[in-house]
Design a protein around this ligand. Structure first.
Ligand SMILES: CC(C)(COP(=O)(O)OP(=O)(O)OC[C@H]1O[C@@H](n2cnc3c(N)ncnc32)[C@H](O)[C@@H]1OP(=O)(O)O)[C@@H](O)C(=O)NCCC(=O)NCCS
Length: 134
């Protein structure tokens, strides 16, 4: 994925069920994300343009997958699995050994998909804290 893909990619995210978009999904924030994670974010294309997309990054310890979405007419054809495989292979080449992701509570289909691909829910015994920077 490159920044020029932003408009069609954002449309796919906006139309995908179970996807929560926010200020970090603006063009400027995605520019930052792509620059920080070269070779880790992908689009899938067909003759008609972009039909799927995924963001991926890591902090040197854990990989993280975000915003995997495939347009409805192209689902169940292996696109989501292929995009995920590209990300995991790129993480592995970078020396990363585990990859996390978040699924919205209201997205049970998304949870079943990740389970089907071999991801397992971790039973957290911690809370996430956050601070907002200027
Ligand atoms: C989840 C999503 C990305 C799957 O994309 P996809 O291209 O249809 O997935 P694939 O065709 O690659 O499916 C890979 C495998 O998962 C299975 N699968 C797909 N969706 C599934 C679901 N909801 N539940 C269980 N299994 C599912 C497929 O049958 C396939 O199985 P197989 O390879 O053993 O034959 C797509 O449905 C989507 O964009 N959903 C909305 C956004 C979303 O929920 N994103 C993920 C959560 S963040």
């Amino acid at each position: 994925m490159v920044l020029a893909d932003y408009d069609p990619v954002y449309r796919i995210w906006a139309e995908a069920e179970g996807m929560c978009l926010g200020e970090d999904d603006s063009r400027g924030r995605i520019r930052l994300y792509l620059g920080r994670n070269p070779g880790l974010c992908f689009v899938a294309t067909s003759g008609k343009g972009i039909v799927g997309t995924v963001l991926c990054g890591h902090d040197g310890r854990r990989g993280i997958l975000r915003h995997l979405a495939v347009v409805p007419g192209f689902r169940k054809q292996g696109v989501g699995r292929a995009l995920t495989a590209r990300c995991l292979a790129a993480l592995s080449r970078s020396g990363i050994r585990r990859c996390n992701l978040y699924v919205e509570d209201n997205n049970p289909a998304g949870m079943r998909f990740w389970e089907h691909l071999g991801f397992r829910q971790i039973k957290d015994d911690y809370r996430t804290f956050q601070i907002r920077l200027p």
